[in-house]
Design a protein around this ligand. Sequence first.
Ligand code: ADP
Ligand code: MG
Length: 330
Amino acid sequence: MDLQEIGEFGLINRIRRWATSSDPALVQGIGDDVAVIGKGLTALLVTTDILIEGIHFDLSWTDPYTLGRKSLAVNLSDIASMGGTPKYFLISIGLPKNLPFSFVSSFYRGLKKEAKRYQVELIGGDTSLSQKIVINICLLGEGRKRDLLFRKGAMAGDDLFVSGTLGDAVLGLKILREKGRIMEAEGLVTKHLSPCPRVELGQAIAKHHWATAMIDVSDGLLIDASHLLEESGVGARIWEGRIPLSRLYQRWIRSFSKDPLQLALSGGEDYELLFTAPPKMRNRISSLARAHKIPVTRIGEILHKKEGFHIVRKDGKDYSPSRLGFEHFR
Ligand code: ADP
Ligand code: MG
């Protein structure tokens, strides 16, 4: 059996079974966007993400400054998905020896810019020689334990919401790969190169205690929805016609795919928030979205587990998705 057979998530599930802990301070170990630790009212949040040259980024279309910003942004998004406050980070870098120093200084300028925007402090890291550029950030944060939102917690009957629009980043990447940089598609490319983590929105959703579960959409809507459903032990129905698409996405998708929704459903790197809340919270959630000037769309409903996971097409026909989205090794 090799990794291609079990896939990234099959591997993580196996690792999760090896990591049994009886530490009473461990609120959440493997299985959510961040680990949650602490016996008191406030919990320590810890998350880490790796970015590898050729897998997660390509130097022919990203510059070091933008890469620095994105490296931190993808970690911030995980803290956002819990409703937490990011605080400190460590960064480990593997670099080839012929890399110009100016690359590293620009990278750290981008990193600093993003850190300042979200008031997080660099507190350490590690440096090594590597054939390809490897970036790993470990971000620490905090949150009031009673406010935090987990992947588990969604209940049958809840609404399913998503922030922003979906598919822009993956379409931006496709355009970069197939056509290069086009001014008219810059908005999509920017979503891929420079994602905007929903930290303040996540905190607001958590603070009000209106939502029941939350995850950030990093691997694609369907795959991340399936993680939330699995951890909550529920099913769901998502209406394709409700998937929020940007005007630019709708304009460009026709040149790339006959199915305009496929990329929005299964593409990755949206870094939007997907969350559930009881129907009586609808108006409050709409007001909150307006106050934050970020669209929040009701795209589905939570079902009992035995009812499964369905996507309803615009013509009303149901289907259960087979390939959900991006998974390493597959
Ligand atoms: P996300 O997409 O939110 O970053 P992942 O799918 O990467 O989440 O990870 C899901 C869970 O598995 C997290 O709790 C993460 O810490 C854990 N995890 C991922 N890779 C490993 C690993 N190699 N060893 C231990 N835990 C891991
Ligand atoms: Mg996540």
